[in-house]
Write a protein that binds this ligand. Structure first.
Ligand SMILES: [Fe+2]
Length: 305
């Protein structure tokens, strides 16, 4: 008998997800009927709690994006509803995934204006901290930013840089050297993504605002990142960002500020020039760890073209 999924799409407790993963499925449908009342209640609480902090700390385009997407404060959103509003604005869509997506595959989805989106939601008992992404992080934290055309183009451009990294790898004849360089390039790309798309700050007039999704989806860190004297906030500098290790299990002590999304776009261009010139081949060691699947995803992409 084929096993069937039981109700509930709670992080680490969703049998639908376990079955999809066991079956090797990465891209899946969002089985909306499986969300439990507790799942919707968790969404409701997360949304109601953070909303006043968005008003205070989120960048203007994020707030407009929330409105443009007609995000439902009461229920876990249906991705097809979100996409109906999102696609005409920037060409992006949110695409349900069963969990972890290897780095190259993830970045290549961005290049094609598709955002791999987690559909499970955290347990209602752990509203504050969650090591893995959930639908609140992905849909309430990331997706509103995708309504902005320039920001959306940044993601696409970033995906192109990842593809370029895979192509450059193919040209290195020595296998050990190829692995070493690809690992360093992935580390640089991951750090860039972390300090911008996930944890970036934006200058907005005379104020600083959050645009990184890790900040925008965290009730505690959203205030901390802009209010705490313990956080170092520096103008974006590419040479720092690509060499700066980060840890994911506590509030970030160091954040970087961009002047605009056009400025951010220019930095992705610069990242590609640096990569082309070999300047990402020896970035400083340390986090993030590049695992086998991430490495493989880049090497496979480079060899199949
Ligand atoms: Fe994220």
């Amino acid at each position: 008998m084929t096993p069937t999924a039981t109700a509930g799409l709670t992080t680490t407790k969703a049998s639908f997800i376990e079955l999809a993963q066991a079956d090797g499925q990465v891209f899946i449908r969002q089985p909306y009927e499986l969300y439990s009342e507790e799942n919707h209640e968790t969404w409701r609480q997360l949304y109601a709690r953070i909303r006043p902090r968005w008003e205070k700390y989120a960048n203007r385009r994020f707030l407009e994006g929330i409105e443009q997407l007609a995000m439902d404060p009461q229920n876990v959103p249906r991705l097809e509803d979100i996409n109906r509003f999102l696609a005409p604005l920037s060409g992006f869509t949110a695409q349900a995934v069963s969990g972890y997506v290897p780095a190259y595959v993830f970045f290549d989805c961005l290049r094609q204006r598709s955002f791999p989106t987690t559909i499970t939601i955290r347990d209602g008992g752990t509203l504050d901290y969650l090591p893995e992404p959930d639908i609140f992080h992905d849909v309430a934290g990331h997706v509103p930013m995708h309504t902005d055309r320039v920001f959306a183009d940044v993601l696409v451009r970033f995906g192109e840089v990842a593809r370029h990294a895979a192509e450059l790898a193919r040209e290195i004849p020595d296998e050990d050297e190829r692995l070493r360089r690809v690992e360093s390039n992935i580390k640089a790309l991951a750090r860039f993504f972390w300090f911008t798309v996930e944890f970036g700050l934006l200058r907005q007039g005379r104020e600083l605002k959050a645009y990184g999704s890790g900040l925008l989806s965290s009730f505690g860190e959203l205030a901390h990142c802009l209010e705490s004297p313990d956080v170092q906030r520096f103008p974006f500098r590419l040479e720092w960002v690509i060499n700066q290790y980060f840890e994911i299990d506590h509030y970030q002590p160091l954040l970087f500020i961009v002047d605009s999304f056009d400025h951010l776009f220019e930095q992705v261009d610069e990242l590609e020039r640096w990569m082309q010139a070999g300047r990402l081949n020896n970035v400083s060691p340390g986090e993030p760890k590049v695992d086998e699947a991430d490495l493989r995803s880049f090497l496979d992409a480079g060899s199949s073209r």
